[in-house]
Ligand binder design. Structure first.
Ligand SMILES: Nc1ncnc2c1ncn2[C@@H]1O[C@H](COP(=O)(O)OP(=O)(O)OP(=O)(O)O)[C@@H](O)[C@H]1O
Length: 522
């Protein structure tokens, strides 16, 4: 037997012994590379593992930690990526002469003496990773083809270990992800997503969001314009297992009817004049993630039919195409329209309505959650302070009265715009009545000092909550933001005022006054 063959058998023997006896997979892969280095004189060796469509270095010889971290390839990218994508080994006799060689780790010099050999690691008819080595190409008696065949044998010997390691890593990642999601779903002290509001109705809505988010159920979010429907959709997505996947929003009312279908389901080249290339629609773009259809009540009847098919079978066709396509999306829909009325008028399909209305979430108008007005207003002041570099710290009493008395037809969006304008126009550290829009000032000037606009019915509890909040805010103002003093003033125990302050989302620091500012307060 030739000397080279004898040494190869010795290498295979040593590696197979390691495979049988080494139980720790990470150690095993490092041992194999160490044997290849010692017995075959390779320069650097690497095992990569495939996760999704990315290959990452799992074990290596001759690379430091930074070089290892840099060694990530997408399927098909560079030589390693091509080997994993095609399942075929690659032999580069001189890396200095091959453009495909990316040297992402940055470990190689281009001296003209280095060859690169890379083989796929197969398990159950699937490539699970790669094994590669660098080797000098000018050593006497070197036979790179034979080395490549040898590397393939070693790849096969270690395939089980590579696959186990891959599975271990994937399981750990899934568990960590699940753990993160469950923690945030259980954390009921925080409001979901970016939603602000403490009132009873919003608390119920948070509960619904936490219940439905982890499932795949279709959710129909209802409420007037500006009540936060898109924020709710976002919160559901953030608490769902699809949090890191695409979130594609589509406003069904924003486009002319004939464009809605192509926007939603895409089109094939030549489907209509101007369709010069195939384009995928929102439903396809959201694959694996969440599709949010806003203003669903504005869809035309023909599109409603297509949407129904999509919801029932998750299949669709691109405009101008016959192929039946599939996409995996979680559907969230929203509307400010009265769907029941549209249905009675024959403008909304009953079957679609029942498909969508599986889990409705109905958002209240702002005028029906008055106890949240100041909480939201303070939140927006903080937001716009940051945006415009201001440091507004409080509202004057008349300004608070005006915000509380107004009926907010544009809901939270109108309040947000109104505070943005007030922050911009405020010239000291307070928002005064005159910083608010005329519509709010008129309500006050015309003597409408009742907390609600005429003609609206506000639940008794909301009125009581709003009055309670005002009493607390007034007491805090009188006592320079001091909670204990305000409690004494109102005849409450410190524990009760603390509870009420949290319940109403009051920030006592807002009501601390510096002496020089006192007169500036109205
Ligand atoms: N509960 C809330 N907390 C904080 N911000 C809110 C809340 N509700 C609404 N907003 C803010 O108000 C604005 C309008 O909200 P959003 O777009 O979600 O409303 P919408 O109901 O989807 O409106 P439309 O029906 O007009 O599309 C946004 O800037 C949003 O950040």
């Amino acid at each position: 037997m030739k000397e080279k063959e004898t040494s190869e058998i010795a290498v295979i023997q040593e590696i197979s012994t390691a495979v049988v006896h080494e139980r720790n997979v990470e150690e095993l892969l490092n041992r194999v590379l160490e044997i290849l280095n010692r017995k075959m004189g390779m320069l650097r060796g690497t095992f990569t593992l495939l996760h999704g469509d990315v290959l990452a270095i799992e074990a290596s010889q001759g690379l430091d930690e930074n070089e290892k971290k840099r060694g990530r390839y997408r399927l098909g990218e560079g030589i390693t990526g091509q080997v994993a994508a095609s399942g075929k080994p690659a032999l580069i006799a001189d890396i200095a002469k091959d453009k495909r060689f990316l040297d992402r780790t940055g470990a190689r010099g281009r001296d003209g003496h280095t060859a690169f050999l890379c083989v796929p690691v197969w398990r159950n008819e699937r490539v699970v990773g790669t094994l590669s080595i660098d080797r000098r190409n000018d050593t006497p008696g070197v036979d790179l083809e034979q080395d490549l065949r040898m590397l393939e044998i070693i790849g096969n010997l270690t395939a089980d270990a590579v696959a186990v390691r891959q599975q271990e890593i994937e399981e750990r990642e899934t568990l960590l992800e699940e753990n993160k999601r469950l923690r945030s779903a259980l954390d009921t002290t925080e409001t979901p997503g970016e939603l602000i509001g403490n009132c009873r109705t919003m608390q119920k809505i948070y509960e619904l969001i936490r219940q439905v988010a982890p499932t795949n159920a279709t959710v129909l979010i209802r409420g007037s314009s500006g009540t936060g429907k898109e924020l709710v959709a976002n919160a559901i997505r953030m608490l769902s297992p699809r949090a890191d996947k695409p979130f594609i929003a589509f406003n069904c009312a924003a486009l002319p009817e004939n464009l809605v279908e192509s926007e939603l389901f895409g089109y094939e080249k030549g489907a209509f004049t101007g369709a010069i290339a195939r384009r995928i629609g929102r439903a396809e773009a959201a694959d694996g993630g969440t599709l949010f259809l806003d203003e669903i009540g504005d869809l035309s009847l023909p599109i409603q039919v297509k949407l129904l098919r999509f919801i029932q079978e998750r299949t669709f066709s691109r405009l101008g195409g016959n192929a039946e396509l599939k996409t995996d999306v979680r559907l969230l829909a929203a509307t400010s329209r009265n769907l029941e009325e549209l249905m009675a008028q024959g403008r909304f399909r009953e079957d679609l309505y029942y498909r969508l209305n599986i889990f409705p979430i109905v958002l209240p108008d702002l005028k029906n959650r008055r106890s949240d007005i100041m909480l939201l207003a303070e939140h927006f002041v903080a937001k716009f302070n940051l945006k415009y570099g201001k440091s507004i710290r409080r509202f004057s009493t008349p300004a608070i009265n005006m915000l509380m008395a107004y009926h907010w037809p544009g809901n939270v969006r109108e309040l947000e715009n109104c505070i943005e304008r007030a922050v911009l126009t405020a010239s000291d550290d307070s928002i005064h009545g005159y910083n608010l829009p005329m519509s709010l000032q008129t309500a006050k000037d015309s003597g409408i000092e009742q907390p609600v606009a005429e003609g609206t019915k506000v639940p008794f509890n909301t009125l009581v909550a709003s009055f309670e909040r005002e009493l607390i805010v007034d007491a805090l103002k009188r006592n320079n933001g001091n909670m204990s003093a305000a409690a004494r003033d109102l005849g409450l125990s410190p524990r009760v005022i603390h509870y009420k302050i949290n319940q109403h989302g009051v920030t006592p620091e807002w009501y601390k006054q510096r002496p020089s500012r006192r007169r500036a307060q109205e």
